[in-house]
Design a protein around this ligand. Structure first.
Ligand code: ATP
Length: 236
């Protein structure tokens, strides 16, 4: 059963058409990647799903047509977008940021359990739980962005360039947590990631975009078996 399905999705900013008929399917509890050069349309695809850009075609989430629903509605349905640049609330503490992530929920006991789970997932955040988000390192802010998104109890997380600007070991820790969220909390993932080694450590399959169109699609094993993919995304 598919959780999320894009069927011929196109998107534009004003008069600039940037996506042209993108289609892919994400199974329940699956993880799929979006690869492609800068400007290929990866971020825009995530924005189309979460309802932040004008979109045509059809996007079905959990059996329901969500094409054209805005970000509040898609978030309420269980889609958590972790944007590039993180977007944590700098003047709030780590704990407050996590609680903001849970603002739609009323299950207070489970919220406390989930805060603890996030701090277990990211021990760095446990040490900084009372600090303002603005005082965190870039890696800690990325961890907080992922954790805050999880606090909404999403069915799917849209992860945009979570490794950007991070030291390799920090990026690895973020992705180890993403793998755990998928396995332990059954959160499905759509992963946009320049670092294909990290992406392929999470995803089962991927779509390669070129100038807003699907250029290639396949399982991770199929894509990793292609010389062109290895040359373009794995440096050889
Ligand atoms: P990157 O890795 O650089 O973020 P990307 O594959 O995510 O690349 P998008 O950010 O989706 O690509 O951009 C796709 C195209 O849309 C690019 O040509 C970009 O210039 C254009 N674009 C992105 N945002 C806007 C905007 N707000 N207004 C107009 N054009 C935009």
């Amino acid at each position: 059963m598919s959780l999320l399905e894009l069927d011929g999705v196109s998107a534009s900013y004003g008069h600039a058409d940037v996506l042209h008929g993108v289609s892919f399917v994400l199974p329940d509890n699956g993880a799929t990647g979006l690869l492609g050069a800068n400007g290929a349309g990866k971020t825009t695809t995530l924005r189309a799903i979460s309802g932040m850009v004008r979109t045509t075609g059809r996007i079905v989430f959990d059996g329901r047509d969500i094409t054209g629903l805005g970000p509040d509605r898609t978030a309420a349905l269980g889609i958590a977008h972790v944007p590039e640049g993180r977007g944590t609330l700098g003047q709030l503490s780590v704990r407050e940021n996590l609680l903001v992530g849970a603002y739609r929920r009323r299950d207070r006991k489970q919220i406390a359990v989930d805060v603890d789970y996030c701090l277990d997932l990211f021990p760095n955040l446990r040490e900084r739980v009372g600090s303002n988000a603005a005082a965190l390192s870039g890696g800690e802010q990325q961890m907080l962005a992922v954790a805050r998104a999880f606090m909404a109890k999403p069915r799917v997380m849209l992860l945009d360039e979570a490794s950007l600007g991070l030291a390799p070991s920090t990026a690895r820790r973020v992705y180890d947590a993403v793998v755990r969220l998928r396995r332990e909390a059954q959160v499905a993932m759509v992963v946009v990631e320049q670092n294909a080694n990290l992406a392929f450590s999470v995803v089962d399959d991927a779509t390669v975009l070129e100038t807003g169109r699907v250029a290639l699609q396949g399982s991770s094993a199929e894509l990793l078996g292609m010389d062109a993919v290895r040359r373009a995304y794995l440096g050889g």
